[in-house]
Design a protein around this ligand. Structure first.
Ligand SMILES: [Zn+2]
Length: 121
């Protein structure tokens, strides 16, 4: 009988030890996974952008200098040539005039729709 109790106690301690082992990945692992996924998304977007640009050049005659001029124009909208897009100014609801939440198509105050700029930041 004592042997059975000792074996049971050992089994409980073993199970408790297994439960104490972290099951979920650590925050650092989560951050690394998220960063790797973001990097993969960026690489895919770069490939898509370059492919689309090649199509535009080949089929519609656009030039690299035109693309460069447009990139510079967008970069300078905030007065700084820093390779970054300036944040969009707050958008007001056309129905009630209150400030809307970015990228949200419905006003939180009057629940009416407003057109969202797809490049809003
Ligand atoms: Zn509104």
């Amino acid at each position: 009988m004592l042997d059975v109790l000792m074996d049971s106690a050992a089994a409980v301690r073993s199970a408790a030890g297994e439960l104490a082992t972290p099951v979920a990945p650590s925050a650092a692992t989560d951050a690394k996974t998220i960063a790797q996924a973001a990097r993969a998304d960026i690489e895919r977007l770069l490939i898509l952008t370059e492919a689309l640009w090649q199509i535009l050049k080949e089929q519609h005659g656009y030039t690299d200098s035109e693309l460069f001029r447009r990139i510079t124009e967008i970069d300078l909208r905030d007065g700084r040539a820093d390779g970054r897009v300036a944040p969009s100014p707050p958008r007001t609801c056309p129905h009630c005039g209150r400030v809307m939440i970015k990228a949200r198509p419905l006003c939180i105050f009057c629940d009416k729709p407003s057109m969202v700029d797809p490049f809003e930041r």
